[in-house]
Design a protein around this ligand. Structure first.
Ligand code: GLP
Length: 243
């Protein structure tokens, strides 16, 4: 059963989520965090940076794993998710570089890179807290709606809607958005001890409703969160308006 919390505003949600992560970090300084990209977590990352600046969030012993990365982009490419995370979070907190993990979008052997990531997550003891965003078509990470979903970290073909949603990182030129990306799989995500999905804005209300109240179906990958025993979905009012 997914637990839902609705906040008055996206800013309130970001503050509460950052405070929750900071509390979790204090209880377990060796926290293993799974992290998303996208517009939704940006205010959360800014709040985490603020809490760190105030001495209330110490990431020095934490480990992070990002969910996904575009295929063909080097981590130094400003359009990569690694660069995004650097700009919005890692430049402003004290996470140790050797404990920050990304899929290498530029890896020569994609299958080996996906295996390496799975092994690194296992070696870290698994993900304690996985933060997720929600794609407009119900995707999580880059697990796109399909007839069947991939369990493990894999190379995914991006849907046109998803490439459109990511165009801002590519100067709004959709044709420049890669067609493929590497992503944690559904089992990789569902193995996290705790999952916190955040979604804001009216554009998300239909997929929020399908994720929470619809059937569990690979056509809405986020609906698989209904099978997880410790998932919370935090929404602002517009995102919750169809529930
Ligand atoms: C991308 C990411 C997802 C993210 C989604 C939603 O496609 N791969 O992990 O959740 O965008 O993005 P936004 O928060 O901008 O709506």
């Amino acid at each position: 059963m997914i637990r839902v919390r609705v906040f008055d505003s996206a800013a309130d949600l970001a503050r509460a989520a950052a405070a929750d992560i900071a509390r979790t970090l204090r209880a377990n300084p060796r926290l293993v965090l799974g992290l998303p990209t996208g517009r939704t977590p940006i205010p959360l990352y800014h709040q985490l940076a603020r809490l760190h600046g105030e001495g209330r969030a110490d990431f020095s012993r934490a480990t992070t794993f990002n969910l996904d990365e575009f295929l063909g982009l080097d981590g130094r490419d400003g359009r990569s998710y690694r660069a995004f995370m650097q700009r919005h979070l890692f430049d402003h907190i004290n996470a140790r570089a050797r404990r920050i993990h990304f899929l290498d979008g530029d890896a020569r052997d994609v299958a080996a890179e996906c295996d390496r990531y799975e092994r690194a997550i296992r070696r870290a003891g698994g993900i304690d807290l996985q933060i997720l965003g929600l794609g407009l078509n119900g995707h999580i990470g880059f697990n796109e709606p399909a007839r069947a979903l991939a369990a493990r970290t894999h190379c995914a073909r991006l849907r046109p809607a998803t490439r459109r949603a990511n165009a801002a990182l590519f100067g709004n030129r959709i044709r420049d958005v890669p067609h493929y990306a590497l992503s944690m799989g559904m089992a990789t995500i569902l193995e996290a001890d705790r999952i916190l999905l955040i979604a804001t804005g009216a554009t998300k209300r239909a997929c929020v409703e399908r994720m929470i109240a619809g059937p569990v179906t690979p056509r809405v990958p986020a609906s698989f969160l209904q099978l997880h025993r410790n998932t919370e979905v935090w929404l602002d009012r517009p995102a919750a308006s169809q529930l």
